[in-house]
Design a protein around this ligand. Structure first.
Ligand code: NAD
Length: 486
């Protein structure tokens, strides 16, 4: 069985320490081992990244030089992204069609931020003091720690790594202990693309061990985290003790608000893709369907008709429609939440724990609950699985109140042909992203991030590179300094 070892100083380290097995969720079989790094490994990696930031090949590069490196990486990714597909699927069980969709475009994030690096320039400042000028120099922080989850490791990494490197930082990545292989394969490609040693390092292991040690390290200067709200709180606390700025991309309980004037075919596709793509294991999963009472029966029967026959199977088979959940603890969590919803009195219209009976692997099929009340766990908590719960409304105000009835605020969908109404509702929703007659797109031009407990800071969008830069104001005097004690 292959052992994946940490990538530090531009090479894969020899590893004699403890390992963590990685399990293929489609079979329940161990397929590889990953290094269980500890605080001493974190110290060595951060020191190496700090050295690379201050001296050596990476530190010597201009913004143009960094952009060239990112473009070289994009070239390699464009040509060889297929090499990354299988390791990721073996780890997290994502469907091959979805992984291919993500990875065939992976290079574009790096190209985008190469172009952003080329635009970096000092910013002249207005000041009213005679005889001096001041200019804002945009400075990288130093060592950035990037912590990623298991659901889309390489795409989420791109949103952190590309701007962090473009800005001139060095980066230590800590992928999820549940899905580290593709990140290490990616590091191999980055190395082959000519990335200087120390610019990109990858340490694997548990969050509370190596992850926390990275965040608390005295040479860490910035943390960017994507994961659960519980993990995010711990990271934010540790970063706060260390006085290190943090960006948090956390969970969601996103509403899909469907009005009776919607285009039903479009809405059905939107709601289905919102919750059942990636088996609901996406942060923007549209898990709360808030539908106008007059069209509820029609919409639900269309959703059931489409969701019931979806075919579970091997994630490596392109004809598979429902892949497994990513790991066994997660399967247990989602199963328990489905059982709790039944105990709480929600009516299960489609039970994904039944439809996959007999399959080996961590499968749960599409699940739909009706008669869900707002105090139920299934309404309030993120499942991160293929579970849709339904509530109805009569008026626009009621729809808005239901949609905003969440501690989260990551994404929301609105389905209506009344453009004025859709714009009004979009304005009223407490959510970092609102999609109207559309769902789940992401693009470098548009920021993503959460309101409320879904996190703070933004990734992507026009200011993404600024998240990895700090301003140094440089003042220059051109007239004699007067005697302060005449
Ligand atoms: P998680 O919080 O369990 O783990 C995420 C990462 O944090 C892992 O690498 C883990 O090892 C690390 N970690 C955990 N505790 C840590 C600690 N104390 N110190 C340092 N690192 C620590 O999340 P997960 O289960 O891997 O991912 C699923 C979650 O991620 C869901 O809640 C989902 O909504 C969220 N997510 C959010 C977005 C977004 O953009 N907002 C995108 C994808 C996933």
């Amino acid at each position: 069985m292959r052992t994946y070892t940490p990538f530090v100083s531009g090479e894969f380290q020899q590893w004699t320490g403890e390992t963590i097995p990685s399990v293929n969720p489609a079979t329940g079989q161990e397929w590889s081992l990953i290094a269980r790094c500890n605080a001493a490994d974190a110290d060595a990696a951060i020191r190496d990244a700090d050295r690379a930031f201050r001296q050596g090949q990476w530190a010597a590069l201009s913004a143009e030089g960094r952009a060239d490196k990112l473009d070289a990486l994009a070239d390699v990714l464009e040509e060889r992204w297929e090499e990354l597909v299988e390791p990721e699927i073996m780890d997290n069980g994502k469907r091959i069609t979805e992984v291919r969709g993500q990875f065939s475009g992976l290079h574009s994030w790096y190209r985008h931020f190469a172009a952003e690096a080329r635009k970096l320039a000092p910013v002249s400042q207005n000041n009213s003091i005679p005889g001096v000028t001041s200019v804002g120099h945009l400075m990288p922080y130093g060592v950035v720690v990037a912590i990623t989850p298991w659901n889309s490791p390489l795409m989420i990494l791109a949103w952190k790594l590309a701007p962090a490197l473009a800005a001139g930082n060095t980066v230590v990545v800590k992928p999820s202990e549940m899905a580290s292989a593709s990140t290490l394969e990616f590091a191999r490609l980055a190395h082959e693309a000519g990335f200087p040693p120390g610019a990109l390092n990858v340490l694997t292991g548990f969050g509370h061990e190596v992850g926390e040690a990275l965040v608390r390290h005295p040479l860490t200067r910035k943390v960017t985290f994507t994961g659960s709200d519980m993990g995010g709180r711990k990271v934010a606390n540790a970063a706060s003790d260390n006085v290190v700025p943090t960006t948090l991309e956390l969970g969601g309980k996103s509403p899909q608000v469907v009005f009776d004037d919607c285009d039903l075919d479009v809405s059905v596709n939107g709601v289905l893709s919102g919750i059942f793509l990636s088996n609901g294991q996406t942060c923007v999963a549209g898990s709360r369907l808030i539908v106008q009472a007059s069209i509820k029966d029609k919409l639900i029967s269309r959703l059931l008709e489409r969701a019931r026959p979806l075919k579970p199977g091997d994630p490596l088979d392109p004809s598979t429609q429902i892949a497994p959940l990513a790991n066994e603890p997660h399967l247990r969590k989602v199963t328990a939440m489905i059982e709790q919803a039944k105990l709480d009195g929600a009516r299960c219209l489609l039970d994904g724990t039944e439809t996959v009976k007999g399959l080996t692997g961590y499968y749960i099929g599409p699940t739909i609950f009706d008669q869900v009340s707002q105090d139920m766990e299934i309404w309030r908590e993120e499942v991160f699985g293929p579970v849709l719960c339904v509530a109805t409304f009569e008026s626009e105000d009621e729809a808005i109140a239901l949609a905003n009835d969440s501690d989260y605020g990551l994404a929301a969908g609105i389905w209506s042909t009344d453009t004025a109404k859709a714009a009004r509702v979009a304005d009223a929703l407490c959510s970092g992203t609102v999609y109207i007659n559309h769902y789940r797109s992401v693009d470098p031009g548009s920021p993503i991030g959460g309101f409320k407990q879904s996190g703070y800071g933004r990734e992507l969008g026009p200011d993404a590179i600024s998240d990895f830069l700090q301003v140094k104001s440089v003042w220059t005097g051109s007239s004699p300094v007067p005697d302060p004690f005449p």
